[in-house]
Design a protein. Sequence first.
Length: 233
Amino acid sequence: MNERALGRGWTFNPAARVGRSILQRLIIFPMLAFLTPVKVEERSRLRGLGPPVIIVANHVSHLDTPVVLRALPAKVRRSVVVAAAKDYFYTGRLRGALVSLSLATIPFDRGEGSSESLAECQELAERGWSLLVFPEGTRSPSGELGRVRRGVAVIACNANVPVLPIYIHGLAQVMPKGTVAPLPGGVFVQPGELIGPGTDVDTLRDRIESELRRLEKHPPDWGSTQSRFKAEA
């Protein structure tokens, strides 16, 4: 299996990467800033990341991906590939191409083809790409963290790649599942501790979920955070 054989070699070629960088800087990130302010805590944990590294985050909104990508330093972001739901984002050729071009996504099969998708992600990690994965597998309707699936731990263990959990606070209120337009509010990105891959999949899965739940239980001080949003607006 290789990028050209998968029919998505163009997603990784230099022209697409330059075009993606321009789209993000001139359109996607300014639009995100217009829709909702985003602040990042512990930026030092994001500097010097990989590649390769697997970034995992809670999933509540379609804005999760651009929020996480915007939080990453540009040097890190350029090496990140996003695993996106094949049954949602790749239902049409044009739709899939636009998502791949703008966010560096690849289709991830959440059904019977999941083993092939896991193998593709593992190969990308082994080639030196970082991955952004939402390990719950779907957006949380309640805004609370769901169960972390084993897939991300399988990739990390097999490719011997560390995992960085990130928790996104606020998007469950700004643009929860089922809404088509964002509501007033701010978003806070909180990176956790980098986790080594180890060799046991279930142990790693437990460590990833434990760190995400720790971050979930320690939200920012919204009073001081909202003051920062207003001061920097």
